[in-house]
Ligand binder design. Sequence first.
Ligand code: GUN
Ligand code: ZN
Length: 381
Amino acid sequence: ASKMAAPTKHALSLQILAECGTTKARVCKMKLPHQVVDTPVFMPVGTQGTMKGVTCEQLKDLNCQLILGNTYHLGMRPGPDTLDKAGGLHNFMDWNRALLTDSGGFQMVSLLKLAEITEQGVKFESPYNQKEMLLTPERSIEIQNSIGADIIMQLDDVVHSLTTGPRVEEAMHRSIRWLDRCIKAQGRPHDQNLFAIIQGGLDKDLRIQCLKEMVKRDTPGYAIGGLSGGEEKDKFWRMVSLSTDHLPKNKPRYCMGVGYAMDLVVCCALGVDMYDCVYPTRTARFGCALLMDGQLQLKNKQFANDFQPVDKDCVCFTCQRHTRAYIHSIWNFSTVACQLLSIHNIAFQMRLMKNIRESIMEGRFPEFIRSYFKDLYPDKN
Ligand code: GUN
Ligand code: ZN
């Protein structure tokens, strides 16, 4: 029987191409209105309708199929009126592949100290005009409908992953109520896919309760939220594993805010299909290059006369054309250095995900994991 999900009930279909026989990893084709996306996929973050230092053309050259934007930032600038006039963000930023927008609550709570969460929504002071603003689930969806991304996220009540006590339970229940409000407010179900976001902190029972309630809502996909905030890896990975155990197989699973190579490898083994993180591009802006066996701080003096490419195994523009010494030498004088590193770091993430997909397709993902960890911790073997 075909594993294809029923078409056009939602604007998404997921075709499972291969499953690992040992782990929960899978390779899928996720059909979205603007792009067929190969999963597991890493989504670079272009918060404001641009990837800092990287053009859309360059993203296409890097084989990015799906990128992420943020409702909070885009709702402020350019704002929904401009987005409506531009015919949505795809048109406005000239990106004709897939887009996903996060709902805004998480960014607000993590960026603004003054944000206050009530049952109505997230109240905050605008950093642009100091006016008091309220982001409700309905408003978040309305803005995301104007942005027009292929995948939109529910407004959720996110607490830091190290929070304990009744606040975690409150946030979980509120996220379910806000999901219902988002589903009601969703104006474009035919061409935008609303994903639920599982909350519940590091508490197994709360997670399961949340999973059961949200799976009942039968959204086109599910995100695992509230993790990757500095908790122990063991606890983080257990929550992810528990989540994929309870999520339907025929829908995409998205682990939010995850982008360290090790976490990508492990979470793919746990059956996650999608990831996003600012880390690769943010760390590039601090002079840091990602490599399979660790990272390089190219601002360090030791690279002044290092004429190797950033990464000898990488075929990105930066590694084909430039040396570590060049990037080191122009670092303080030109933003080009930072652009070159951003390109490499995105290429690194794309290559890692491609290697993961190919190893699953070829039935050798367990070997891939072993060799990945062996390279990362050579003296532990
Ligand atoms: N980004 C990283 N984690 C989260 C989360 O839990 N919720 C939302 N909305 N965005 C996130
Ligand atoms: Zn490179």
